[in-house]
Ligand binder design. Structure first.
Ligand code: ADP
Length: 177
């Protein structure tokens, strides 16, 4: 049961997650400090299926995970149907939204589309275990943390690529037993 020792030479979550070293940082959304326009820019300039939601960029504390398509639909609907929602409206994923000056536009509350318990593993988790979790739970993505701070993301496709690489290097890999 000395998992740490046994796996010390093997691939860990940190080796497979994105971003890679020297990549731009993970694209995240903050829980209550971005405007409709900020989020539209993020969704418009990236193609990721989803975005981690964090307390703040500096804290990198994970709050949840929001799917790209849910964001697009909710913002589009709110702009059409909800009074007072404009580009400068603040988007709020928390239960309690901080009070704003009376002159500011309505807040867009999007708590209902937030997955509050996205699956997470620590950066040290052996990939064997990550692969197993993806298979058993049918995950589409998994977030990677270190000391409670968000570090990266592993998608199902990242896992499949990793499996393919392992297969090339070592056909008898434990992954296929
Ligand atoms: P897929 O892996 O199925 O193509 P995505 O389009 O969501 O799914 O992700 C593409 C790549 O970008 C993957 O390697 C993934 O790890 C990475 N990625 C996913 N979401 C983010 C994000 N919010 N910020 C940075 N990288 C991400």
């Amino acid at each position: 049961l000395e998992a740490k020792e046994e796996f010390s030479h093997k691939t860990r979550a940190m080796d497979v997650m994105r971003p890679r070293k020297n990549d731009p940082p993970l694209t995240v959304i903050t829980q209550d400090s971005m405007s409709v326009e900020d989020v539209e820019t993020i969704v418009g300039s990236t193609t990721y299926s989803g975005y981690p939601v964090v307390v703040s960029r500096t804290s990198q504390r994970l709050v949840g995970f929001v799917l790209r398509r849910d964001l697009i639909i909710s913002i589009e609907n709110a702009r059409k149907k909800q009074d007072g929602i404009v580009s400068t409206s603040v988007i709020c994923f928390t239960d309690y939204c901080p009070p704003l000056p009376p002159s500011s536009p309505s807040v867009l509350k999007l708590r209902s589309i937030l997955d509050l318990s996205p699956f997470t593993v620590t950066d040290e988790t052996p990939m064997e275990i990550v692969v197993d979790i993806f298979r058993k739970l049918g995950l589409r993505q998994c977030l990677v943390t270190h000391n409670g701070k968000l570090l990266g993301i592993i998608t199902k496709k990242d896992v499949l690529k990793h499996i393919a690489q392992m297969a090339n290097q070592d056909p008898d890999s434990i992954l296929f037993n």
